[in-house]
Design a protein around this ligand. Sequence first.
Ligand SMILES: Nc1ncnc2c1ncn2[C@@H]1O[C@H](COP(=O)(O)OP(=O)(O)OP(=O)(O)O)[C@@H](O)[C@H]1O
Length: 310
Amino acid sequence: MIEVVDLTKTYKKITVVDHMNLYIEPGEIVGLLGPNGAGKSTAIAMISTLIKPTKGDVLLQQKSVINDQSALREVLGVVPQEIALYSDLTARENLQFFGSIHKMPKTKLKERIDVVLEEIGLQNEQKKLVKHYSGGMKRRLNIGVALLHEPEYLIMDEPTVGIDPQSRNHILETVKKLNERSNTAIIYTSHYMEEVEFLCNRIYIIDKGRVIASGTKDEIKAILSSEKTIRLKLEKPSKQLVEDLTMQPMLSNILAKEAEITFTVAKDTNFLPMILTLCDQQKIALKSFQIEEPSLEDVFLHLTGRALRN
Ligand SMILES: Nc1ncnc2c1ncn2[C@@H]1O[C@H](COP(=O)(O)OP(=O)(O)OP(=O)(O)O)[C@@H](O)[C@H]1O
């Protein structure tokens, strides 16, 4: 098990990771969900011992790895947010180069490269130069590099940023299969709620360097058990209606996106007559209204008053 205890990082008096506590057990997928700048990358740079914490500790099997990283490096793979590949080499050559850093024996390395190319779905493209790869293929190879030494734990820092939806799905499926087939434990950071919901057994919601909620999806959503989320679909966007809704004390977390408005209300509130009256007064056609299951996005909004993504 890897444990993070009161992990803190301060740059020039600004605390960007603030007494963070979390753990990951063998074989599980844990999500760190938070908006840009929440401190996720800084936290995982400390967990993977790339930077030193100002305070706190990282433990592997209850032993600190801050001053002696060797045991952690053997069992941990890190997929950085930035692509770290040689673009004038092929995929196979990149894997050979990074494998040689791990000082793996030649035959073992060849075996691992074949397995990894299969895991990331690049067998047929392995002889292409990386500079001719799509963004999604580069991201997959970036993951492959971290898998060469068969890590028990893998940290992935926003591995789907900046790629098309199809490549994104491919990466999500790769991560899921990797966990199922090899039982690799994964710490997955993202600001995409859908990815974290799809992949993770447990989730830590991070904001301003702090863990503001943690648990299974159901445990986290239970934070909102006394509220319901409503989605209104209008014929066309209405600024006036959004303003009027904002004035209603029974509604909170009002978000408008084009002709859709969402808000939360206490579970037993009868809000519908008020909405119908407002639409009637302003001659707004209401296409539909739905009561929704709360999402992790709603929990974030409830806890911080801000949306996860702007
Ligand atoms: N070396 C540094 N010196 C000063 N401030 C830093 C440094 N590294 C990070 N920060 C600040 O720490 C905060 C957290 O950054 P971090 O990259 O960890 O967030 P994040 O959640 O990973 O966001 P993103 O998804 O944008 O990478 C940001 O405000 C950032 O500007």
